[in-house]
Write a protein that binds this ligand. Structure first.
Ligand SMILES: *Cc1c(COP(=O)(O)O)cnc(C)c1O
Length: 353
């Protein structure tokens, strides 16, 4: 079955080990590897066993529920839905929260299931996604007190998330500002928190630069999968960028003009596209499309192959400088967006080696 997403488990595990080492050097000993981008594919989750990360994290409760047997603690990253609390308490050891109603519901549900559920309070440091806004000190303290006093909840820690909606890059200042908030909460509740988390793969660039005093956790997804940090999108030199390879089969090779013939309107997705006339070119079609992956994130492995567009099922390539024939397999590196959609698509076969 094709298209196929090939996963090199050895390289993947290597990335995990290296990230744990890099983080430990900065004093961050309690890494959470994030499995959402690869839909918690069991072989990949298993490949992380034996690494020193105490946590695995995912945004989907379905993925946590389907994890292979693991001794690691399971974190639900996404804010729990009120309607989901039964499953959250059942399948996650820890959840990230920002609303009193959710804490109340999780507490009640944990009592019902006879469990202690750990909660991490989210603070929004300016990226404007989830969390109590950092200037709302009273709101943060109130939620902290509620987490502390809830009978069946354990107030495990605090976290912030950036570089998701607001494209905010974490800096030494962000670390200091959040640390001050954590210290105020710790003073108010009279104890230290077990889990103080300073973001995601966009904090990796700070590992050899910033002072991480007071922190012990990072949540890492993209850096693990693609071997790059996400603040400046630089490759991490000791990690592999080619854990993933998309393979697609060539189904047509024809000499064609590069500029469409006829009256031009919109494409299959209602978009207005600028076409460049480069004269006649050797064009190939590979059997992978928008329903399988985000083709804009494809980089051909072979020099001379150029992606020119895609519809739902057809990837259009200029192969003038790298002629191919029907039945050949073409390979592509994928970015985060292409990988996410490929892992999620039932039409893409996943093969681990
Ligand atoms: C997705 C997610 C992460 C992981 O982000 P990467 O950039 O892939 O490392 C961390 N924390 C939260 C809350 C997330 O939703």
């Amino acid at each position: 079955m094709r298209p196929t997403l090939c996963i090199d488990l050895q390289k993947f595990r290597h990335n995990g080990r290296k990230l744990c080492e890099m983080a430990a050097k900065a004093g961050l000993t309690d890494i959470a590897f994030v499995t959402k981008s690869f839909c918690a594919l069991p072989e990949m989750v298993k490949a992380l066993e034996g690494l020193p990360n105490p946590y695995l994290a995912d945004s989907r409760i379905e993925n946590l529920a389907a994890y292979p047997e693991t001794a690691k603690q399971k974190i639900l990253l996404r804010l729990p839905m009120l309607s989901q609390c039964e499953k959250v308490v059942r399948h996650a050891d820890i959840s990230f929260c920002s609303e009193p109603e959710i804490l109340t519901a999780l507490d009640r549900e944990a009592g019902r299931q006879g469990k202690e559920h750990k909660v991490v309070l989210m603070v929004d440091m300016g990226d404007l996604r989830e969390g109590v806004f950092f200037r709302d000190e009273e709101g943060i303290l109130a939620l902290g007190r509620q987490a502390l006093e809830a009978e069946n909840l354990l107030f495990h820690g605090m976290a912030f998330n950036v570089t998701c909606y607001g494209s905010v890059i974490p800096t030494q200042q962000t670390l200091e500002d959040f640390r001050a908030i954590v210290e105020r909460v710790e003073a108010a509740i009279g104890r230290k928190l077990d889990f103080v988390s300073c973001g995601n793969s966009s904090s990796v660039y700070l590992l050899d630069k910033a002072d991480f005093t007071g922190y012990n956790n990072l949540r890492l997804g993209e850096s693990l999968l693609l071997g790059r940090e996400t603040a400046y999108c630089h490759d991490l030199p000791d990690l592999y960028q080619d854990v993933l390879t998309m393979e697609a089969e060539v189904v047509e090779v024809r000499q064609k003009p590069s500029y469409p013939i006829g009256k031009i309107g919109v494409n299959a997705f209602g978009q207005t596209v600028e076409y460049i006339d480069r004269g006649d070119r050797l064009r190939a079609i590979a059997a992978v499309g928008q329903q399988d992956a985000d083709y804009a994130g494809f980089t051909p492995v072979d020099a001379g192959v150029e992606v020119v567009g895609a519809s739902s099922d057809h990837l259009l390539l200029d192969v003038t400088d790298h002629p191919v024939k029907v039945g050949d397999i073409l390979r592509f590196r994928v970015d985060y967006s292409a990988a996410l959609r490929a892992f999620t698509s039932p039409y893409v076969k996943k093969v681990c080696k």
